[in-house]
Design a protein around this ligand. Sequence first.
Ligand code: DC
Length: 343
Amino acid sequence: MNCSIRGAITADSNTREDILLNTRQLLKEMIELNEVKIENIVSILFTATKDLDAAYPAVAARELGIVDAALMCAQEMFVEGSLKMCIRVQMDVQTDKKQSEMRFVYLKNAEVLRPDKVKKQKKIAVAIDGPAGSGKSTLAKELAADFGFIYVDTGAMYRSIGYKCIDNGISTDDVKKVSELARNINMEICYIDGRQRIFVDGIDISDEIRTQQVADAASAVAKMQDVRKTLVKLQREIAKNNNVIMDGRDIGTNVLPDAEIKVYLDADVSERAKRRCGELAEKGIEHDFYKVLDEIMARDKQDKERRFNPLTVAEDAVIIDTTNMRASMVKDAVAELINEALL
Ligand code: DC
């Protein structure tokens, strides 16, 4: 059957960037909260107050990959004293659920429109740090799915900068050029069907950043203070408005020092190399164990010995050595910590 999901958000300024950024955030939250599949969106009606005319909010839907749904934008009439710079959305979706089960989303100043529909719950941040191959992303992804939190893979952000350097022929030793690239990059993290996708300059590069060449470039650019500042700002912004499980190298020590839960995952380097070889084999990619081992050791060294925010264990982190643990055991242990924090 067809059901309608309503939502609204306010923009901070009448600029194209701000209108699209906020509309994307609203759409993403409506989609996630209601577990909507992109292909099941039938149509979306957008309205914006008269003070927002720098962009059509509907463009944000296309940017999120909503390509088949009918989109329409309309301008609202001006009413003295009404909410300023407001974007409203009505999304019609095909679903097995009933209309009464649909959850509406009111964000930022738009919360005043329907305070009864604003979900207020204890906000939790989970920081997961550790070296490459320690099992961070598997753990973080599964926990995020179980608890309905947003998974933020910060490594993907450093990888995107590394990828752009390679793509633009910029040397990862050139601090000035790489810092400039990081400052000007248009990076967008989206959650489509619960999976993190990373868009750079409007293009989804989530799969392209998974090569060894990009991993090495990421580790090199991650040494740069300006690059880190830019990305950390974005990471904190995501955590400000959402329950997050964030993985990386400096989450508990630097990005989210007040995270309710901090976990440091570790594993023997040869075990980590073995896991990496397993992943490569699964993808049918030819590999050599000793070469993989060397690459991981070089990356460990670079990540642990760099000057700015190196990989270290936060004082209040729970350390889990996953060398001889099954992924499900690790997950159960951290899930228990989250359940305690949610009480
Ligand atoms: O987790 P990963 O392999 O995708 O990370 C790629 C590189 O990015 C890693 O070698 C170090 C860097 N990184 C970082 O410095 N800080 C983070 N929070 C995440 C990743």
